[in-house]
Design a protein around this ligand. Structure first.
Ligand SMILES: NC(=O)c1ccc[n+]([C@@H]2O[C@H](COP(=O)([O-])OP(=O)(O)OC[C@H]3O[C@@H](n4cnc5c(N)ncnc54)[C@H](OP(=O)(O)O)[C@@H]3O)[C@@H](O)[C@H]2O)c1
Length: 321
């Protein structure tokens, strides 16, 4: 079957190790099922995988991709939950120390078919297209958990999102606006800032800009390039929720600001199967739909990866079968 995969990592030139070609059909062990993929979304995680971050060479070749929507063996329309917990794990699967995302330990979703644990298959609401549903399991679920589960922030408060055009950033703006938060963003170009305003952001700023007032919360996925600005933009008692570090894991901690202004630094990762179902319900109720930048045939996956690597994003990049 056709798939996008990696056979050897390249920390410095990820596109050079991206392969789009034939892979063996997935084999579903007992308790697993095979999903026919109709749409699969790209995440920055897939670029990290090509670099060998979180995916050691000994687990390669590995089919990339965390997100998929498609049909199960009976033809039902489904969404694949990307977090695979260890056998026998109960409770919040994001707290399972042995959990993995599809494409880390088990073959991923950028393929015509993918094998997943039966409990990772969630019914897809008919109101969502396959492409829209494929955006949800990683970027949108992460944004949902950051804002509604982990932040402790309430509607009416002001939330700064670092980044404007990425998958997690656009999800945060759309979800936060729909829920009544005042969403501000930073974006690296005028075009990206204008697009964020069109998505519902109340204000958009250049990276590092002095804000008109300090904010109640900051949503961080950028890391080293924006961390100091995030910490300095918070009101006393504010909260920064971090889910990622695209530009580096080791910024100055700004500890003086953290203790003196009594800030909270909260980590957040993916979400639970139940939260994925709640996210889908929220989209049904509000009418919000993921901002899709482009839909490409899987055969043209390289173009999608290149766009993300170069920062040419305006929402989610989706591969369709
Ligand atoms: N822990 C988890 O469960 C989890 C889940 C999902 C994602 N993540 C992490 O979150 C991050 C974002 O993922 P994504 O899929 O949304 O990525 P993406 O679509 O490629 O978006 C990247 C975002 O980073 C922003 N950014 C700001 N400065 C940047 C710089 N110097 N270089 C590159 N990007 C910069 C971009 O802002 P502009 O709009 O200004 O370009 C854009 O909004 C990644 O690090 C990913 O691993 C973690």
């Amino acid at each position: 079957m056709l798939a996008a995969f990696v056979s050897a990592p390249s920390p410095d030139d990820p596109l050079s190790v991206l392969e789009v070609g034939e892979r063996p059909e997935p084999e579903a062990p007992e308790g697993w099922t095979t999903v026919t993929v109709k749409a699969a979304a790209l995440n920055h995680h897939d670029l990290f995988s090509l670099r060998g971050v979180g995916l050691p060479a000994e687990r390669m070749p590995m089919t990339l991709g965390c997100d998929a929507a498609g049909t199960d063996a009976d033809g039902n329309e489904v969404v694949v939950h990307a977090v695979v917990s260890s056998p026998g794990w109960t409770g919040d699967e994001t707290l399972d120390p042995k959990r993995s995302l599809l494409s880390e330990r088990y073959q991923g979703t950028l393929a015509e078919r993918v094998a997943v644990p039966a409990r990772n298959v969630v019914p897809k609401p008919t109101a969502l297209s396959f492409a829209e549903a494929a955006c949800l399991p990683t970027a949108w679920l992460t944004a949902y958990r950051m804002l509604f589960v982990r932040s402790g922030l309430r509607p009416g408060q002001t939330v700064l999102v670092q980044g404007a055009s990425g998958g997690v950033a656009t999800a945060l703006v759309q979800l936060g606006t729909a829920a009544g938060y005042r969403m501000w963003v930073t974006g690296r170009s005028e075009e990206k800032r204008t697009a964020a305003l069109a998505l519902g952001a109340e204000q958009a700023f250049e990276p590092g800009a002095r804000l008109p007032e300090r904010v109640d919360g900051v949503m961080e996925s950028v890391g080293k390039a924006t961390w100091a600005h995030s910490i300095r933009s918070l009101k006393p008692g504010g909260v920064v929720v971090t889910c990622g570090a695209t530009t580096g894991f080791d910024p100055s901690a700004e500890l003086n600001r953290v203790f003196f202004t009594q800030l909270s630094v909260v980590g957040s990762t993916m979400g639970t199967r139940e939260e994925l179902a709640q996210l889908m319900r929220m989209l049904e109720v509000t009418g919000v739909r993921p901002q899709i930048d482009v839909e490409l045939p899987l055969r043209e996956a390289r173009e999608g990866f290149a766009r993300m690597l170069e920062g040419r994003t305006n929402g989610k990049i989706v591969f369709v079968g």
